[in-house]
Design a protein around this ligand. Structure first.
Ligand SMILES: NC(=O)c1ccc[n+]([C@@H]2O[C@H](COP(=O)([O-])OP(=O)(O)OC[C@H]3O[C@@H](n4cnc5c(N)ncnc54)[C@H](O)[C@@H]3O)[C@@H](O)[C@H]2O)c1
Length: 413
């Protein structure tokens, strides 16, 4: 229990911010929202109304907010990926603690600048690697750390992105372009790499990677297709149809903004007619890969292979850890643990967590841990910038390997 109520300001009141604000709603005695920064009127006004914020504490851009010098303990930075570095540096400079959405920034140099600035200023910068706060992934960590299965020899891990998620986020959506977001491995799989590194007791020594944007480009557009699915002659047979995804199946529509007095159906139709989400997947301005593999060699000899799949209905992470005395094999729904010698073999069922809101509570757990870290000046917090940066070192070097066709020796100095 925190001794005093902690005050926070949210910067970027979109999808992710709403998850963290749910914690604030549920824990008003512990934490108080005192300001919002959000350029979209509808979103900013919703937050202002929910938290009864004075107009003087509501801002359309972070430059205005930092100039106003609002009294607060922390900021939640939940902006798009090309707008992490600048507000984070400004927040650190102003002495705010920061809950920073992943990925940290758009280059290793920026990540390192944030780490050093946080160190100098003595503030907590927490990176939202939420798998560390998720019961299933925590269980794997607990089993590995218990030592009952010996030491890790190798890991095979697959990030199954799911085709609908891929199309919505990485082909049509806001993470489809490296310039405005990040390479897919950084944007999506810094989580996976962070989790895998968390399990290991040494750092990554070498990394190599292959992958490309193979399919979602114009030369693969079917004959007779057109720029928008609503007008497309081959739409009814297309597995990537926006009409099917948003109008028929009503998937991935939670973040479409419905103006007050409006209705979701009209917003969907408008999006299909003229929005980014109505576009043909073969004619978007996407440049992030649609498949990738990564290999790691750790300093203690552990090896890992990581595959990123988008052409699948699955939406999960599969992890198979081979240890000296047993193995752990899971897909987020179940976790099988086998001991080599004593025959002990059990399966833990996590299927009840599937589809649970807030990443099965992890989004709320991380805010709780962050607030405690502020109270205890960072002690005991497990995903601060110093830890989180390791995954980014690996991801950005994997990207270098993929682009340059080389195996990269990682220099930790
Ligand atoms: N931790 C996780 O599991 C997880 C999951 C999904 C996304 N993310 C990350 O969260 C971040 C945000 O993603 P999202 O899905 O919430 O996006 P989003 O588009 O729903 O929200 C971003 C918000 O920032 C606002 N914004 C844009 N420019 C701004 C500015 N200059 N100042 C203030 N606000 C500004 C946008 O209007 C929008 O409301 C990204 O970095 C993304 O990679 C993390």
């Amino acid at each position: 229990m925190n001794e005093r109520q902690i005050s926070v300001v949210v910067i970027g009141a979109g999808n992710r911010a709403n998850k963290y604000l749910e914690y604030v709603i549920q824990n008003r005695q512990k934490v108080k929202l005192v300001g919002v920064v959000e350029p979209v009127d509808l979103r900013r006004e919703r937050v202002a109304e929910e938290f009864n914020l004075a107009p003087s504490n509501c801002f359309t851009c972070y430059e205005q907010f930092f100039a106003a010098k609002i009294q607060a303990d922390a900021v939640f930075i939940c902006t798009p990926e090309d707008k992490h570095f600048e507000p984070c540096m400004m927040a650190i400079d102003a002495g705010y603690n920061v809950l920073l959405e992943k990925p940290i920034a758009q280059s290793l140099d920026e990540c390192e600048q944030i780490r050093q600035a946080a160190n100098r200023r003595g503030v907590v910068v927490a990176v939202c690697h939420i798998l560390r706060y998720h019961p299933y992934f925590q269980k794997i960590k607990q089993i590995v750390d218990s030592g009952s299965l010996g030491q890790i020899i190798s890991i095979n891990h697959t990030a199954e992105i799911n085709l609908d998620r891929m199309m919505h986020s990485y082909v049509r959506g806001i993470f489809s372009n490296e310039q405005s977001s990040n390479p897919l491995l950084v944007a999506k799989c810094c989580h996976d790499i962070d989790f895998l590194l968390w399990l290991c007791s040494s750092r990554c020594k070498r990394v190599s990677s292959f992958g490309s944007l193979n399919w979602f480009k114009e030369k693969n557009a079917p004959l007779g297709s057109s720029a928008r699915c609503v007008a497309c002659k081959v739409e009814s047979n297309c597995p990537y149809s926006a009409v099917d995804l948003y109008r028929n199946r009503k998937e991935w529509i939670a973040n479409f903004n419905v103006p007050s007095g409006g209705c979701l159906e009209d917003v969907i139709e408008q999006e299909l007619l003229s929005g980014r989400y109505g576009r043909c997947v073969f004619r978007c301005e996407n440049d992030v890969v649609d498949h990738q593999v990564v290999n790691l060699e750790m300093e203690d000899g552990v090896t890992m292979s990581i595959a990123v799949n988008a052409f699948t209905r699955d939406d999960c992470r599969r992890t198979h850890i081979k240890l000296t005395n047993g193995e752990i094999d899971g897909d987020e729904r179940s976790l099988r643990v086998r001991h080599f010698r004593n025959g002990e073999d059990y399966v833990l069922d996590y299927s009840h967590l599937e589809g649970q809101p807030f990443h099965a509570g992890a989004d709320l757990n991380i805010v709780d841990a962050f607030l405690q870290a502020i109270s205890s000046r960072g002690e005991g917090f497990c995903s601060d910038i110093a830890d989180a940066i390791e995954s980014h070192v690996v991801c950005f070097n994997a990207e270098r390997s993929r682009r340059e066709g080389v195996t990269v020796d990682i220099n930790w100095d």
